[in-house]
Design a protein around this ligand. Structure first.
Ligand SMILES: *Cc1c(COP(=O)(O)O)cnc(C)c1O
Length: 405
């Protein structure tokens, strides 16, 4: 692979002058990506284990994915949901194939997918109580993250995310993750749903235990509540199963997905089980852009490559030794690296102190990873990463830990 042509621009100045200051960005300007690697405008190459925050499932510019998008771009890009088109029908069928009998609504992001699930919980509450405004409470988890829209933000009990935006949408209450009793204690006549991430992502990779997810399923069955699972970050293969909840053997009533689904092209989707799919009737929800021919072509290409190249099996096989290597590293540097969590290519490394200096040092040694809540670092390789690249990521962590010991 040739290095990219060096384009020196004044991008940093343009950002400083014109782009909203709602992010603390790393000080590099990325100009090209290929597979597991990206290049900055100074010609530096990085091993990209951020995957665009769990998005680039096939890495950067996978040739089959690029070809599918290019082909579709020359055929039909957008028609709105006034009409059918083949790709949306086909992608819905594939998702139903993974999730079970049900129906799919397409949108453009994780936040929108969560919003549709929250709206579903309202419709279920109306059906359950026979009246609007009577049954609308949703039980969520402490430290959850469900996006930045008003519904999802209200379901995200983190001061840094809610501060300045109150009043929030009413009706969200919070139990302790993996403490079933704390969820059971919150159920009353006004409760319509339970909403959790199968594995909490933004707060530092905290998985629901299989027993907890199965217990939530039982609570929902007993009290006629919807079990809504946010698989926006952990879904579409990242844990080695198509959905992370499959490890627990449960079936939710609705699933939100987005990040990995388009492999880098924006798309979100909500699957709703047959039992509840008809709560949405014509006109009750919608989006102009959701599920365009182009977005669905990108999603189909991701799912095609996932199946053809057996990437779920590959993630499962390669992640085992890789996670073991991180655990060994934690044993070598117990004062700095205090824990390793997660599954497949969705790993959280718990640090004893602020991770910003580590993130900088890792970047300077050519490895890009994602900071997250509570002094954790997320390591999120694309599914195409090789055993050699995974091993290299551990070595770069080792070098940084050694230097900072
Ligand atoms: C990223 C994320 C969202 C929000 O998705 P956007 O595409 O940023 O709107 C929602 N839920 C979870 C679990 C996420 O990780």
């Amino acid at each position: 692979m040739n290095p990219p042509s060096i384009v020196r621009t004044n991008t940093a100045e343009l950002y400083d002058a014109n782009v909203l200051k709602n992010y603390a960005r790393a000080p590099i300007t990325v100009v090209r990506g290929r597979g597991t690697q990206i290049w900055d405008d100074a010609g530096n190459c990085y091993l990209d284990f951020t995957s665009g925050i769990a998005v680039n499932a096939l890495g950067h510019c996978h040739p089959d994915w690029v070809a599918a998008i290019a082909r579709q771009a020359g055929e039909l890009i957008h028609v709105s949901n006034l009409f059918r088109h083949p790709n949306q029908g086909e992608l819905a069928k594939r998702i139903v194939g993974y999730a079970g009998p049900g129906r799919v609504f397409f949108c453009n992001s994780g936040g929108e997918a969560d919003e549709a699930m929250i709206k579903l919980s309202r419709l279920h509450g109306v059906a359950k109580s026979g009246e609007e405004g009577k049954c609308y409470k949703v039980i969520c988890a402490q430290n959850a993250f469900h996006g930045r829209m008003f519904g999802g933000m209200s379901a995200t009990p983190q001061e840094k995310i809610q501060k300045g935006f109150r009043p929030l949408v009413p009706g969200f209450v919070f139990g302790e993750l993996n403490n079933l009793q704390s969820f059971a204690d919150l159920i009353d006549d006004q409760t319509s749903a339970i909403l959790v991430e199968s594995i909490q992502g933004e707060s530092g990779i905290h998985p629901c235990t299989p027993e907890f997810l199965r217990g939530l399923r039982q609570l929902c069955d007993k009290h006629n509540l919807l079990l809504l699972l946010d698989e926006v970050q952990c879904g579409v293969g990242r844990t080695g199963k198509f959905y992370a909840f499959e490890h627990a053997g449960v079936r939710p009533d609705a699933i939100a997905m987005a990040k990995g689904l388009g492999g880098g092209f924006p798309i979100g989707a909500v699957w709703i089980s047959d039992r509840f799919a008809d709560l949405f009737t014509p006109g009750s929800h919608g989006t102009t852009f959701g599920g365009t021919p182009l977005a669905c072509a990108a999603g189909l290409a991701v799912l095609d490559v996932l199946a053809r190249d057996k990437l779920l099996e590959k993630v499962t096989a390669l992640s085992g030794p890789w996670i073991e290597d991180f655990k060994k590293l934690a044993a070598e540097f117990p004062k700095q690296l205090t824990g390793v969590r997660g599954r497949g290519f969705l790993i959280g490394l718990q640090f004893a102190s602020d991770t910003a200096p580590y993130l900088t040092a890792l970047r300077e040694r050519g490895l890009l990873v994602v900071g997250s809540g509570g002094n954790a670092i997320r390591v999120l390789p694309p599914f195409i990463a090789t055993a050699e690249e995974l091993a290299r990521s551990v070595e770069i962590f080792r070098a940084v830990l050694t230097a900072k010991a």
